[in-house]
Design a protein around this ligand. Structure first.
Ligand code: 3PG
Ligand code: MG
Length: 405
């Protein structure tokens, strides 16, 4: 695992701690619709408070065009953040650098918390500007990064800043890295990857990397249709990528070479369109009518994946297995999610899942808290599954190496 320091390794008492969080949460009409990221950040803030730090929380929010945008102010997060940390007060600075920020930070007593305005209101953030990073560094004495879900961005508050102050991972970053390491770097075998979603083309790097890492690979969602086509099966009017069949064949060949057993759907739930209350039918995979669409995995496939789950000791899951947003095409994904939860509860499986749609599907199946670890990261989780080095994680290891010298 990447070597990095944690909150246990740094002295923060009475110090100003710059805490890089990912408060990029969904907000509708000024109300946070999913506070998971805020809730998961809370233990880090509370630990820092208990250690007597002055906590300065920084985050980006949305994608402003490099200047202030009132619609993307972090002000809407003050109250949700206060709620998440047991009602403690959170001060706010209307700018993340300069006098405004300095004043808010200077007013903090040990154990108090301030939130800085959206980092992306300054162009220097996304440009990984050394000047902007220095302006941030002036506000603190210690840097803590708890934003795994933004670790794929080489931005100033994530990359450059980590080199300017003593740096450590927060508790959420630590938990994410531990879970992902347990799942892919030194897992209990066999390892099963469950990969779904619409397209092979957007997950090519992921599939290539995963094939070299896991023992079993089960594929669902519309991307399975492209692989079925590559095997000469007809998929009717199903969503698929006909121009990717050669690539799909290469992937299947690669899996053969790497001793990775691929599990494709044996049967499917088909319908004429993706719509609630549409008439559905379950058919064997070589019996898909030419005018029908495959919209979910069938009962036999659920059982087949269930058998693979029984065999596996570790699971990595990204991507829903059917058109899960529209009932009844959520059934396959939900059935598999429940099996995963059951095996995890019984201590037979270490299960790690992530990605926006995957988390939504697991939430709908009401099993989020029953998996070993569900990542709140979308893009960062995917890049991890592609085997890439994440700038935010690399910066923390660089900083740890520097500190050990
Ligand atoms: C996310 O929500 O995935 C992260 O906060 C990164 O946001 P970004 O894609 O706008 O960089
Ligand atoms: Mg670096």
């Amino acid at each position: 695992m990447a070597n990095f320091r944690t909150l246990d390794d740094i002295d923060v008492r009475g110090k100003r701690v710059l805490l890089r969080a990912d408060l990029n949460v969904p907000v509708k009409d000024g109300v946070v619709t999913d506070a998971t990221r805020i809730e998961r950040l809370a233990p880090t803030i509370e630990t820092l408070i208990d250690k007597g730090a002055k906590v300065v929380v920084m985050s980006h929010f949305g994608r402003p065009k490099g200047g202030p945008d009132p619609a993307l102010s972090l002000r809407v997060l003050i109250v949700p953040l206060e709620t998440a940390i047991g009602g403690r007060k959170v001060a706010f600075a209307a700018d993340c650098i300069g006098e405004e920020a300095e004043r808010a930070v200077a007013a903090l007593q040990p154990g108090q918390v301030a939130l800085l305005e959206n980092l992306r209101f300054h162009k220097g953030e996304e440009a990984n500007s050394p000047d902007f990073a220095r302006a941030l560094a002036e506000l603190g004495e210690v840097y803590v990064d708890d934003a795994f879900s933004a670790a794929h961005r080489a931005h100033a508050s994530i990359e450059a800043l980590a080199h300017l102050l003593p740096a450590a991972a927060g508790k959420l970053m630590e938990a994410e890295l531990k879970a992902l390491t347990a799942a892919l770097e030194s897992p209990a075998r066999p390892v099963l990857a469950l990969i779904g979603g619409a397209k092979v083309s957007t997950k090519l790097d992921l599939l290539r990397f995963i094939i070299g890492k896991v023992d079993l690979l089960a594929i669902g969602g519309a991307m399975a249709n492209t692989l079925l086509l590559a095997q000469g099966k007809e998929v009717g009017r199903s969503l698929c990528e006909r121009d990717m069949t050669d690539t799909a064949r290469q992937l299947l060949a690669l899996a053969g070479e790497r001793n990775c057993r691929v599990i494709l759907p044996e049967d499917a739930v088909v319908a004429s369109e993706v719509a609630p209350r549409v008439a559905t039918r379950e058919v064997a995979i070589d019996r898909v009518p030419h005018d029908a669409m495959i919209l979910d995995i069938g009962t036999k496939t659920v059982a087949r994946i269930g058998a693979a789950l029984d065999e596996a000791r570790t699971l990595v899951w990204n991507g829903p297995l059917g058109a899960f947003e529209t009932a009844p095409f959520d059934r396959g994904t939900t059935a598999v999610a429940k099996l995963v939860a059951q095996l995890t509860r019984a201590g037979k499986l270490l299960s790690v899942a992530g990605g926006g749609d995957t988390v939504a599907a697991l939430a709908a199946a009401e099993v989020i808290d029953e998996l070993s670890y569900v990542s709140t990261a979308g893009g960062a989780f995917l890049e991890w599954l592609e085997g890439r080095e994440l700038p935010g994680v690399a910066a923390l290891s660089d900083a740890a190496r520097g500190a050990d010298k």
